[in-house]
Write a protein that binds this ligand. Structure first.
Ligand code: BGC
Length: 773
């Protein structure tokens, strides 16, 4: 764990340049707008350790699978979001000497990510080997209002010399993914032009033919006055264009370069339109000018914050952390394009290939449901709907005669993952996709979604489960063998409680939705039955499986068993382990982990969270008390679920401990891996810990329920939620809960069981209660 960032409620601040922290900061200070993202690399050259990262959403590469021992059913490739053209680059030379913070003496360094208005700024004084000193101030952002545009204002002021400054703004498409399986580069050059007004570079992927065109233009100012660059050189090299020019530099006089870049892709434009589209966006941005673009950015973010801010009083570190999480979620996914999804690292690094995992449905969906228009969350579901045929192909490829198995990891609907215990066995992802449909409909009331799209997905997933379980006469039960539950520290287990439960639940919900549709919309029902070729024997079989699914339990302890045989393990609580053995995934052999009782992340407890309405508090308590002490939380997705359940059970300290583990995970580099990128999907979990955990938010029977309490470490907290067309501001204080409806849309809320109708702009006050339990 490393704590070097300054606590501030609206900003992330680094006040010293330490090359050892640089790659962590490159992740943490990343910027993005849902369409593209950029790690916090330096604009000028940097010869130290760095992960240069510019990512365009949805532009990926099918990198040939690398595996030691091939298994039938493995996918041929792993799709990776591509590290693409570096559009931020500006080389800086002072009388021929390059500015490079790895070799210069750096003073007064400051890097700030302003989360309120979404821009990254950096300033420092550097002394080069020659003794010449420059003061540099740089500001950049990727525009949320004009998604193809990125802009940089880069100022250099000579401190102790007069000489010549050479600036070289460039576009560099000769980029390699760090995670390339065979050390290959994925880009080919298509076209380039270096010109004084607009320079272009078009590159395309070696496979799939994604084209990315980047265009740049710039203006130069000396002490605020527009200047004409001298000795302009137009440079064209393989996959590279640049303009190099000189500016006389005088002590104390500031030379400013404003660089504008547009990045467009063949996902949105025909190949013949790319250059024009880039030029048009670029010209408009340059005409508007840097200050106006920045102002636009602040205004667009003001709207986002109005809808999603959480205010915590009494704990600035917690305040900073929750805003950082909300900020990163909003930077990663905006929901405008239903072909896009959320990679576990967003745009902040390459790990996990930028692909979609069950994280989206299980962790991210609730954030977007509550903080944005329902169309945004709907688009996340549509993404999977569009992949239904691929999911059916995937099931067929693995030998199933029917049904859909969604991939564990995907970019385009095809499976990318190639570890047998995950690819073939971690089937619970199918359940999360079904659960997300329920979650969305329960939250929004959008029943139409089921008739139009959802039911097809549910039915095909149910069919998969039907074939994946089998009946054991001796037990008079259906069992599911050879799976991996959410706890990846155990593979090939029989009857993982969570997987059996979510499978039976999917079938039950599907049957319920079918029934509702039959009575509510008989013609659509008939249409769907026809389309799905749904036979009554099938639905009867689902009902039989629901009734006779096998669930391992320990009657004595009154707990659900994670899987058959779990109790044969040596059950030693984590707190009795020598701390030097932690984290297990770095200290123990895989074999030892697999045989141990230790749980990577919520498994049975994940089920008790999802299906919380079906279990009483005592059941939740017994299971929590049994499993939490055996859980090592070595997935960033784990603490949030525990925090939420702990809140429900009245374990306020535990809840807070778990909350801390999730909320500052990247800011404090808790897992020592932030240099790979931030844990974006678990950030949604942090948001859930506040709103579902401390806020106690649930949706039941069309009403929003709140059972909040203020953690002892805070004075008050407030959050915003959108619900059925209304936006509510919930403020929780020690003695009182205030809910203000900030819109004209009436809404029903239940606070600690007390039902209230909040008509447009009304507010409700209720006495605060301690957590239940
Ligand atoms: C977790 C998975 C998760 C993946 C991506 C793994 O460590 O065990 O549940 O889907 O990370 O976040």
């Amino acid at each position: 764990m490393k704590q070097y960032l300054k606590v501030d409620e609206w900003s992330i601040i680094e006040e010293e340049f330490n090359p050892l922290n640089h790659e962590i900061s490159e992740s943490v200070f990343s910027i993005g707008n849902g369409y593209m993202g950029q790690r916090a690399n330096f604009e000028e050259a940097y010869s130290g350790a760095t992960l240069q990262g510019s990512y365009m959403a949805g532009v990926y590469y099918p990198d040939k699978t690398r595996v030691g021992w091939w298994k039938n059913g493995y996918p041929e490739y792993f799709a990776k979001v591509l590290n693409s053209t570096n559009w931020i680059g500006i080389s800086v030379e002072i009388d021929g000497e390059p500015l490079d913070l790895a070799t210069a003496a750096v003073k007064e360094f400051r890097r700030e990510l302003n989360m309120k208005e979404d821009y990254l700024s950096r300033s420092f004084t550097a002394e080069l080997a020659s003794g010449k000193q420059v003061r540099v101030e740089a500001v950049r952002f990727v525009s949320i209002a004009r998604r193809e545009i990125g802009a940089i204002r880069y100022s250099v002021t000579p401190v102790n010399f007069t000489g010549t400054l050479t600036l070289t703004p460039y576009l560099d498409g000769d980029i390699k993914n760090k995670d390339s399986n065979y050390d290959e580069k994925f880009w080919l050059e298509v076209d380039k032009t270096a010109a004084a007004d607009i320079s272009f570079l078009t590159v395309k992927t070696k496979k799939l033919d994604f084209h990315v065109t980047s265009a740049m233009s710039y203006d130069v100012y000396v002490d605020g006055q527009k200047a004409v660059p001298e000795n302009l050189q137009l440079i064209e090299k393989e996959k590279y264009v640049a303009n190099a020019f000189c500016v006389p530099a005088e002590t104390g006089k500031t030379v400013t370069l404003t660089k504008y870049a547009a990045n467009v892709t063949s996902r949105d434009y025909g190949l013949g339109q790319l250059a024009d589209a880039a030029a048009e966006a670029l010209k408009a941005a340059r005409e508007a000018g840097f200050a106006a673009l920045l102002q636009e950015q602040a205004e667009a973010w003001a709207v986002k914050w109005k809808e999603s801010d959480i205010v915590i009083e009494g704990d600035p570190a917690a305040q900073q952390a929750i805003r950082f999480n909300i900020f990163q979620m909003n930077q990663t996914y905006t929901g405008e394009d239903d072909r896009l999804n959320i990679g576990p690292k967003g745009f902040t690094g390459e790990k996990y290939g930028g692909s979609t995992y069950w994280d989206t449905e299980a962790y991210c969906l609730p954030f977007y449901l509550s903080t944005a228009d329902s169309s945004i969350a709907r688009n996340l579901l549509i993404y999977r709907y569009k992949h239904l045929d691929k999911a059916k192909e995937n099931a067929a490829k693995l030998g199933f005669s029917k049904g859909a198995l969604y991939p564990m990891v995907t970019m385009n609907g095809e499976e990318c993952h190639n570890e047998w215990e995950i690819t073939f066995e971690e089937l619970h992802r199918n359940g999360a996709i079904a659960y997300a449909i329920y979650n969305y409909v329960n939250y929004t009331g959008d029943q139409d979604y089921l008739a139009q799209y959802g039911l097809e997905v549910l039915a095909e997933i149910s069919r998969f489960w039907e074939e994946r379980v089998h009946y054991v006469a001796a037990k008079d039960k259906y069992v599911m063998l050879g799976v991996t539950g959410p706890n990846e520290y155990e593979n090939n287990v029989n009857n993982n409680w969570y997987t059996n439960r979510i499978a039976a639940w999917t079938m039950e919900y599907t049957l319920e939705v079918l029934d509702d549709l039959k009575s509510g919309n008989p013609s659509r029902y008939a249409e769907l039955v026809d389309k799905l070729e749904l036979a009554s024997e099938e639905t009867a079989k689902w009902a039989d499986i629901v009734a006779k699914m096998y669930y391992p339990v320990d009657e004595e302890r009154g707990v659900f068993l994670q899987q058959d045989g779990y109790l044969d393990k040596e059950l030693i609580p984590v707190k009795e382990l020598d701390p030097r053995h932690l984290p297990l995934n770095q200290k123990w052999s895989w074999d030892r982990i697999l045989r141990s009782c230790y749980i990577k992340q919520a498994d049975v407890l994940q089920g008790l969270f999802f299906l919380g309405d079906r279990y009483d508090l005592d059941t939740k308590k017994r299971n929590f008390d049994f499993y939490e002490p055996l859980t090592v939380h070595e997935s960033s997705l784990s603490p949030c679920v525990h925090s939420i359940l702990a809140c429900e059970l009245g374990y306020q300290e535990k809840a807070y401990e778990m909350y801390l583990r999730t909320s500052r995970l990247d800011l404090d580099n808790y897992n020592n891996d932030t240099e790979d990128g931030c844990h974006i999907t678990s950030m949604a979990g942090t948001w859930m810990s506040v709103v579902y955990g401390f806020g106690g938010l649930r949706v039941r029977d069309g009403a929003l329920e709140l059972n909040p309490f203020v953690p002892a470490q805070w004075t008050t907290f407030s959050f915003k939620v959108m619900f059925r067309g209304a936006r509510l501001k919930v403020t929780v204080q020690d003695k009182e809960i205030k809910v203000v409806n900030e819109t004209e849309t009436p809404v029903k809320v239940r606070i600690h069981g007390q039902e209230m109708n909040l008509d447009g702009s009304a507010q409700a006050l209720a006495p605060s209660g301690a957590a239940q339990g």
